[in-house]
Write a protein that binds this ligand. Structure first.
Ligand code: SAM
Length: 233
C-alpha cells in the first residue's frame, strides 16, 4: 500500500479549505454534464432501476449531477459533501423535491444516519487514507438495508492495486460486477474520448437510448452485465 497518496498526487487535496477553494468556480472539473458524466450516470442508473430503491444516499456528491440523475429512481435521496460551495451549487443546479443536500465530512458518516437501499460513492475514496477507506466501507456495509446495494466508482491504482482492492471489498460486500475502464492518461482512451467529444451529441443520444431500451424483464432478453456491491450478510 502506498504510504503517502497526497505526495504522489499533489493536485489532490483532502482538507475542507482546499475543497472550498476548489469549488470557488462552478464545475471545476469541467466534466459535469458532459458526455462521459452522463454516460457514467446512465450506467449507474441502469444498475439500479430494475428494483425499487426507496431510500438512497450519495456520499461526497460534489455538485450533485449523479444525485439528480438518480433521483427519479428512488423515493428519497440524501447527499452530502465536504464542500459547502459544492452543496450550494448542487442545491441551485441539481435540485429535486426528493433530494436533501447537506454539508458533511466523510468522517461524520456512520450507520447512525439510518439505513439505505442504495448508497453511491463516486470518485471519492482515493482522496482518503487507507484506514479511512476501510472505515467508510464498514459504515456503508452497516448502513445498507437488507438487499441494499452499494455502487462504488473509483480508480484502483492509487492506494491499492486492483487485486488488493477487490480483496478489501470482499471483506465487506458481495461483488456483483466490476466494470473495467481505461486509465484517463492512456493515449488510446484520450483519442477515443476526443473522437467522442466531436461526435458527442449524436453518440450520446444513440448510446443513451440504446441503454434505456434494454429491459432484461422482457421476453427474450436477459441481464448480461450488472455492476455493484451488495452487503455480505
Ligand atoms: C471527484 S469529486 C466526485 C463528486 C461526485 N461524487 C461525482 O462523482 O461527480 C470528489 C468529491 O469528494 C468530496 N470530498 C473529498 N473528501 C471528502 C470528505 N472527507 N468528506 C466529504 N466529501 C469529500 C469533494 O468535495 C468532491 O466534491
Amino acid at each position: 500500500m502506498k504510504e503517502n497518496f497526497l505526495s504522489l498526487k499533489s493536485n489532490l487535496t483532502q482538507s475542507a479549505e482546499g475543497w472550498e477553494k476548489f469549488y470557488s468556480k462552478p464545475n471545476p472539473w469541467g466534466y459535469v454534464g458532459d458526455f462521459n458524466d452522463r454516460i457514467r450516470n446512465q450506467i449507474i442508473i441502469n444498475l439500479v432501476r430494475w428494483s425499487k430503491r426507496k431510500k438512497a444516499l450519495d456520499i461526497a456528491c460534489g455538485e450533485g449531477s449523479l444525485t439528480k440523475a438518480l433521483s427519479p429512481y428512488v423515493k428519497s435521496i440524501k447527499a452530502f459533501d465536504i464542500s459547502s460551495r459544492a452543496i450550494e451549487s448542487a442545491k441551485k443546479n441539481y435540485a429535486a423535491e426528493n433530494i436533501e443536500y447537506f454539508q458533511q465530512y466523510m468522517k461524520e458518516f456512520s450507520s447512525k444516519m439510518g439505513t439505505f437501499d442504495l448508497i453511491t460513492c463516486a470518485e471519492v475514496i482515493y482522496y482518503l487514507k487507507p484506514q479511512e477507506i476501510e472505515k467508510v466501507l464498514a459504515e456503508v456495509q452497516k448502513s445498507l438495508a437488507e438487499g441494499g446495494y452499494f455502487v462504488l466508482t473509483t480508480r484502483t491504482d492509487y492506494w491499492f492495486g486492483f487485486d488488493e482492492f477487490v480483496e478489501l471489498l470482499q471483506q465487506y460486500f458481495t461483488i456483483v460486477t466490476i466494470v473495467p475502464v481505461w486509465r484517463p492518461d492512456n493515449l488510446f482512451y484520450k483519442a477515443v474520448k476526443r473522437a467522442f467529444s466531436i461526435f458527442s451529441p449524436f453518440l450520446d443520444r444513440v448510446y443513451r437510448s440504446w441503454l434505456l431500451s434494454i429491459d432484461p424483464r422482457k421476453p427474450g432478453m436477459c441481464a448480461y452485465v450488472c455492476m455493484g456491491l451488495a452487503a455480505v450478510s
